[in-house]
Write a protein that binds this ligand. Structure first.
Ligand code: ADP
Ligand code: ASP
Ligand code: MG
Length: 481
């Protein structure tokens, strides 16, 4: 597949760059004007543009759906009318009369469909994940139509592409998985001819459809994944994730204001960071990029000239802690086996978890006990019921996994001892050596997550005088790129 994909680049040897703009990078007139400038700066590299819904819109759509399903139709309609007005105002500030009229016609018909969905939710009072996907997909439909018209108005050859016709997934609503061969073919058939004639395809991220044409979504934050899917399908030379921070950082800058940009990361490290809670990338983003060896650059749309972070297959520069992450909303599950842990029990447990689509984050076993960390407690009562003949199950909510990521840190006992020393007074419940050599994680109460991250960041990335150049400093413990 890999070789085949490389040959599929719309003209062999030519660059294609997939540029994904997150919600804050399309949130208002100024952001969209910056987007135009950034896309213009890449014209020589044949851009394909992927946009998220405008900041907050996905949450507002979700709120509207919940309100309608509770019978508060008025509130729901008011929410979506605000979304409509916001798009109209942006269109008004960015487009001339004729383009405004055309976009307005497109938006009106989409908003009618959205309103009628809310009416049917009000009538049925039933808001399942399938309907949720249909509802949330409007956000990216609106933003991608808006972005496409705005880029055209700026004189670029933008062409709107409905991602739901190209990205085909299974029917796991809320967190669908691409059907790769169909998706690859459809993206090539749609995107490559546009690139060949100098067009700039503009797609909504996050949204897709199942093989029978029903709208699906790729999970919250899924536009990053969409960009990687498109990049892998068309053999892009790079994928750019344009966001609201300077790149992938040593930790979430909202937790530690002194977090610093990591200039270079391996695919593996970045994938581990995303998996363990670094929101800057959707956890599934790196796999397609890694498979096709396409570098991913994370860049700040508010400071487009910055270096950002380059994520690639490069060999790591050695042993270090690259970053610290926190994954919240974790449920810790203890399964006490009645007759010891064996393969048959594991089989039963995984069968029951699978039946209830319960994804396991981390797992540990002993002679008669299995510990699991899962991301949601919704299905746990049913899981307990399914296992009642073979095990006793107990769980605790409101936990967080704190994770240190870095090449080979598992082989460095001094990292673990330093972690212990830093958080020893904080009721660290489990220390989980992940399956990967690159992660070291532990469980704390969610209320202690931020303090743990701050302490560890202070220990592994001590503050430096502003004048010092961190680029040249490296140690066994810390290095930010
Ligand atoms: P977008 O809407 O552009 O997709 P997101 O909000 O999904 O943006 O992701 C960017 C946010 O991720 C940042 O504002 C930051 O708070 C958060 N974040 C969490 N961990 C990290 C990290 N290690 N490096 C950078 N940002 C991070
Ligand atoms: N708009 C979607 C969300 O808020 C997808 C994304 O932003 O990547 O989750
Ligand atoms: Mg995001």
């Amino acid at each position: 597949m890999s070789g085949q994909q490389r040959h599929s680049r719309f003209e062999r040897g030519e660059d294609v760059v997939v540029m994904k703009f997150g919600g804050t990078s399309v949130e208002d007139t100024a952001a969209i004007q910056r987007l135009i400038g950034i896309v213009e700066s890449r014209l020589g590299a044949h851009p394909v543009v992927v946009v998220s819904a405008l900041a907050k819109v996905t949450d507002q759509l979700l709120e509207a759906g919940n309100s309608a399903a509770r019978g508060h139709l008025g509130e729901a309609l008011a929410l979506v009318r605000n979304i409509y007005v916001r798009h109209e105002e942006l269109a008004d500030s960015l487009l001339g009369a004729s383009a405004y009229g055309s976009l307005d016609r497109e938006l009106r018909s989409e908003f009618k469909a959205l309103e009628s969905l809310l009416f049917s939710l009000d009538a049925s009072r039933h808001f399942d994940l399938k309907t949720q996907d249909r509802l949330l997909s409007f956000g990216e439909c609106f933003s991608s139509r808006l972005a496409s018209w705005v880029l055209s108005e700026a004189g670029l050859e933008a062409v709107h592409v409905d991602a739901r016709r190209c990205i085909v997934t299974d029917s796991r609503h809320g967190q669908a998985n691409p059907v790769w061969d169909v998706t690859t073919q459809r993206l090539r058939d749609t995107v490559n001819p546009l690139l060949q004639v100098g067009g700039i395809p503009v797609l909504g991220g996050f949204i897709a459809s199942s093989q029978d044409g029903v709208p699906t979504t790729l999970g919250r934050g899924g536009s990053d994944f969409s960009a990687a899917i498109v990049g892998a399908a068309i053999g892009a030379s790079r994928v750019e994730i344009w966001t609201d921070v300077d790149g992938v950082m040593t930790t979430d800058p909202k937790i530690c204001s002194d977090a610093r940009v990591i200039r270079k990361l391996s695919f593996d490290e970045a994938a581990d960071m995303a998996y363990f809670g670094a929101k800057v990338l959707h956890p599934a983003t790196l796999a397609p990029a890694m498979r096709e060896n396409i570098p991913v650059h994370v860049l700040n749309s508010r400071l487009p000239e910055g270096h950002g972070t380059e994520i690639s297959a490069r060999v790591s520069s050695g042993n270090r802690v690259s970053a610290i992450t926190a994954k919240r909303n974790i449920v810790s599950v203890e399964i006490q086996a009645r007759h010891g842990v064996d393969a048959a029990l594991l089989n039963t447990i995984f069968g029951v978890l699978e039946e209830h689509t319960c994804a396991v984050d981390v797992m540990g076993t002993s002679v008669d006990r299995i510990s699991l960390l899962v991301g949601s407690n919704v299905a746990l009562p049913k899981i307990v019921e399914g296992l009642q003949t073979v095990a006793d199950v107990q769980w605790e909510n409101h936990k967080a996994v704190i994770c240190l990521v870095g090449e080979n840190i598992r082989r460095q006992p001094e990292v673990a001892s330093r972690v212990f020393a830093t958080v020893s007074d904080m009721d660290v419940r489990v220390l989980c050596q992940g399956a990967s050599e690159r992660t070291l994680s532990f469980l704390v109460d969610e209320s202690k997550a931020e303090e743990s991250v701050r302490r560890l960041h202070g220990a592994f990335f001590p503050k430096v005088e502003p004048a010092r150049d961190w680029g040249g400093i490296s140690s066994a413990f810390c290095q930010a790129g």
